[in-house]
Design a binder for this molecule. Structure first.
Ligand code: ZN
Length: 408
């Protein structure tokens, strides 16, 4: 017998819990809850209390992740993060934690047991808002915590290791947080979409196909500086005009499932009356498959070289950042699709342009993600909003997913 569910009531409870979490901030006028801060402590305690109320065995690991366990055997991990960016919204990360608690609570209230190991988790460092690192707390679970992270400093000059100690943790115990692959059956995360696709499609819920890979390039264009009044147009080697044409070429390469952005551009020497002799710009290109991303980068470089040759400019490329695509598990995607259909939704599949803790967890076990529609696609902003109706459906779908889960 499926557990009886009232999505509207679940949505109202989710909203009330999110409001309670959002009230825990370092500042009175905006939401700021950085990893290992006093506010993080209060949020972790609140979440731990909620987990305990559902009957889970709750503990905190050496990184301050809050974890609640039940059942035997390889565990289904469900969670997200509870730290925030500066001036955050109320839903990013926290919705996934609250939804996991409400889903497990539905089992507890029905006196039903999932029949396998389950672990709810609230991660601490996903947003890179305090230290210049990201996903470090989930990386630790996957056994990929990098020792150099401990020496990273926050804005006040405190190191990651010092912050852990001040929080009552022992950095020497981080290695013990790593799980063995046989302990983890799967990792599932529910998160706001942070984009406008579900809203445009009129669907409350979606299934993530992959967290997209990224390539970032710095491109240097060299020409010849000259007098803005005396050099005729046809004799110019204007580096900025060349970079502008290359920017438009990047825009043309963007397509379905592939996004290309020129986010910075700089002209040298940078004066109103001098033809730019050099220009530098950046490209951020993301795609749902590594092959598509690599082909697009190669096409972009060829196009830039053609433009440079025609304009008698020099062009060079430096790779500044690259991460591969993290695919979501095909079988888990299908199970999420069935769960979404069970609550009356249409299982729309879409890639995630942002990174999430699942990228770390994928090194340990199969992962899947469910997206919840958010207003205007806005996130990392106090205007971030997901409706109680959509959140209630998401929790209900998560319950159906857990009910149907039978291990890997
Ligand atoms: Zn997030």
């Amino acid at each position: 017998m499926p557990i009886p569910l009232d999505p509207e009531a679940l949505g109202r409870r989710a909203e009330a819990m999110l409001l309670e979490l959002a009230a825990i901030s370092a500042e009175t006028t905006r939401l700021v809850r950085l990893y290992l801060s006093p506010e993080y402590r209060r949020a972790a305690d609140l979440v731990a209390g909620w987990m305990r109320e559902t009957g889970l065995d709750v503990f905190e690991d050496a990184l301050g992740n809050v974890r609640g366990r039940a059942g035997e055997g390889p565990r289904l991990f469900i969670g997200s993060h509870i730290e925030t960016v500066v001036d955050a919204g109320r839903y990013d990360g926290t919705l996934g934690v609250v939804a996991a608690i409400l889903a497990y609570d539905a089992f507890a209230r029905a006196s039903a047991k999932p029949g396998f190991g389950i672990e709810l988790i609230a991660f601490g460092d996903e947003e890179a808002s305090r230290f210049p690192t990201t996903l470090s707390t989930s990386a630790a679970l996957a056994g990929h915590f990098e020792a150099k992270t401990l020496a990273l400093k926050d804005a006040a000059g405190m190191t990651y290791a010092e912050a852990l100690r001040a929080y009552g943790k022992n950095p020497d115990e981080i290695a013990s947080v790593a799980l063995q692959p046989q302990e983890a059956a799967a990792y599932v995360e529910l998160h706001i979409e942070q984009g406008p696709v579900l809203e445009a499609e009129g669907e409350p819920l979606g299934i993530v196909t992959a967290m997209v890979g990224q390539t970032r390039l710095s491109i240097e264009v060299t020409g010849e500086a000259g007098h803005a009044g005396t050099v005729p147009m046809k004799l110019r080697r204007d580096a900025l005009a060349g970079a502008a044409e290359m920017t438009l070429a990047a825009e043309k390469i963007g397509s379905e499932g592939l996004v290309a952005t020129v986010g910075t551009i700089e002209a040298k020497p940078g004066a109103v009356n001098i033809i730019p002799g050099a220009a530098r710009f950046t490209l951020d290109l993301r795609a749902a498959s590594d092959q598509a991303r690599k082909q697009a980068i190669a096409a972009f470089r060829r196009e830039c070289e053609k433009i440079a040759a025609r304009r008698k400019l020099g062009v060079s490329f430096a790779l500044i950042h690259e991460i591969p695509t993290t695919p979501c598990d095909a079988r888990l995607q299908d199970r999420l699709a069935a769960a979404i259909e069970a609550v009356g939704g249409r299982p729309l599949r879409l890639p995630s342009g942002a990174g999430h803790d699942g990228m770390s967890m994928a090194k340990l076990c199969p992962i899947a993600m469910m997206f919840v529609r958010c207003k205007g696609g806005v996130s990392h902003n106090p205007a971030e909003y997901a409706s109680p109706h959509d959140m209630g459906l998401a929790v209900a779908a998560l319950v159906r997913f857990i009910e149907a889960f039978r291990g890997r």
